[in-house]
Ligand binder design. Structure first.
Ligand code: ARG
Length: 408
């Protein structure tokens, strides 16, 4: 009898390596390993691909989805200025739905009856995988071996690996849990679990220490946008992908883009998270600066609420959902005229917007100036203020009459 197939999201690490064996031996599946390249640093994906086969996967695939990740995922996040809890640019939350999409695609191609991921039961990623798969193919079964197997400790997992011929790491395991892609890097666990402890210097790889001399002199960068997306750097046309890579480098060199936060996970607990997101934070800041110039006041204010909701939905694993899709429609409409240039200055851990210009700018010098060119109608202001303040006046008089002065 032929065995059922299961497509596993494979990273090359111990958990998903043991998962190949586990799914094969204990659950009786033929495992198809899928490693997805979303721009993670220093990973030899050809090595990862071969490792899966050596452990016993019947097929092992590496998919470079970086272009799609930029075009379909990061572009939406940037236009939505997406920051969960006003801080975290959703690094992992953005990569999970594209991994899910390719898992489901591979399941359909290989005729697999299920897919699997290597997440534990405590994080957001399990939710993003399982809800994402449910949205794309509600009939596909999702397995979570690392969450559901009886191997409780890392030692038990290593023992299982040794007994079953799965290569175990020879170097001491990093105490941190790290995830990364083009949008940045996330660092959890180890000493970071004590929110009072300052993060050790050696956890950072994308950003220089802003206290060090390495950061040097101030550096100016000009970013040009068309319809809400970056198209040029210092006047040179580049793809969004190239711009992300270049800005990660400049901002990182100046030590900009570190976040240390307490975050509310969907599964109900608070966690201490460190992020290195030099490019993402720079691009969002520049994009916002241009929107400030180009978006009409009501639209700009309303969009702030939409942005927050968008980030929350994506964080909560609802990338593929009707509300998120509808919000994308709204955001996309707002971006048509977000076209222009933003000038930034990097220096010792900071990134500051120092200039912005656009052919679609709603900033009117003649209205704003206090100089002779002033065309603002000052006489109109008197009546405006009078009527704007009328409800307040009525309320205050009533309070006085009823002797409730001072109470709100
Ligand atoms: N707390 C972040 C999030 O939920 C980062 C998750 C990182 N994932 C990981 N498996 N290390 O998006």
């Amino acid at each position: 009898m032929s065995r059922e197939k299961c497509v596993l999201a494979y990273s090359g690490g111990l958990d998903t390596s043991v998962a190949i064996k586990w799914l094969t031996e204990e659950r009786g599946f033929d495992v198809v390993a899928l490693a997805v390249d979303v721009g993670q640093e220093r990973q030899d994906l050809e090595f990862v691909r071969r490792k899966a086969l050596e452990i016993g996967a019947v097929e092992s695939i590496v998919k470079d989805v970086r272009e799609e990740f930029v075009e379909e995922f990061l572009s939406r996040a940037l236009r939505a200025n997406a920051l969960y809890e006003n801080k975290y640019p959703l690094v992992s939350a953005l990569s999970r739905p594209i991994i899910v999409k390719h898992l489901v695609e591979e399941a359909h191609r290989t005729g697999a009856s299920c897919v699997a991921h290597g997440c534990t039961g405590k994080g957001n990623d399990q939710v993003r995988f399982e809800v994402g798969v449910a949205a794309l193919d509600p009939d596909l079964l999702v397995l979570a071996p690392v969450r559901d197997w009886p191997l409780r400790t890392r030692e038990e997992e290593m023992d299982y690996a040794r007994e079953h011929g799965v290569p175990v790491p020879t170097t001491k395991k990093s105490p941190y849990s790290i995830d990364d892609n083009l949008w940045g890097r996330t660092i959890e666990c180890g000493v970071l679990e004590d929110p009072w402890v300052e993060p050790p210097d050696d956890i950072y790889t994308l950003t220089a220490d802003a206290r060090g001399d390495a950061c040097g002199d101030p550096e100016y960068v000009e970013l040009s946008f068309e319809a809400g997306l970056p198209v040029a750097l210092d006047g040179q046309r580049k793809s969004f992908h190239e711009i992300i890579v270049a800005i990660n480098d400049v901002a990182g060199r100046h030590g900009f883009g570190r976040i240390d936060m307490i975050e509310n996970r969907l599964v109900g607990l608070k966690s201490r998270e460190i992020y290195e997101v030099p490019g993402a934070l720079t691009l969002i800041q520049a994009h916002k600066a241009l929107e400030d110039l180009c978006l009409e006041r009501d639209l700009l204010h309303f969009k702030l609420g939409i942005e927050q909701k968008w980030a929350e939905l994506v964080y909560y694993g609802l990338w593929y959902s009707p509300l998120k899709e509808a919000l994308d429609g709204f955001v996309s409409t707002t971006q048509k005229l977000v076209t222009g240039d933003v000038r930034l200055r990097f220096f010792k851990g900071s990134c500051v917007v120092v200039g912005r210009r656009s052919d679609y700018s709603l900033y009117d010098y003649n209205l704003a100036t206090y100089d002779a060119a002033d065309s603002f109608d000052h006489t109109a202001a008197r009546g405006f203020v009078e009527l704007w303040g009328l409800p307040t006046k009525v309320w205050a008089r009533q309070r006085r009459k009823t002797g409730k002065e001072g109470e709100v």
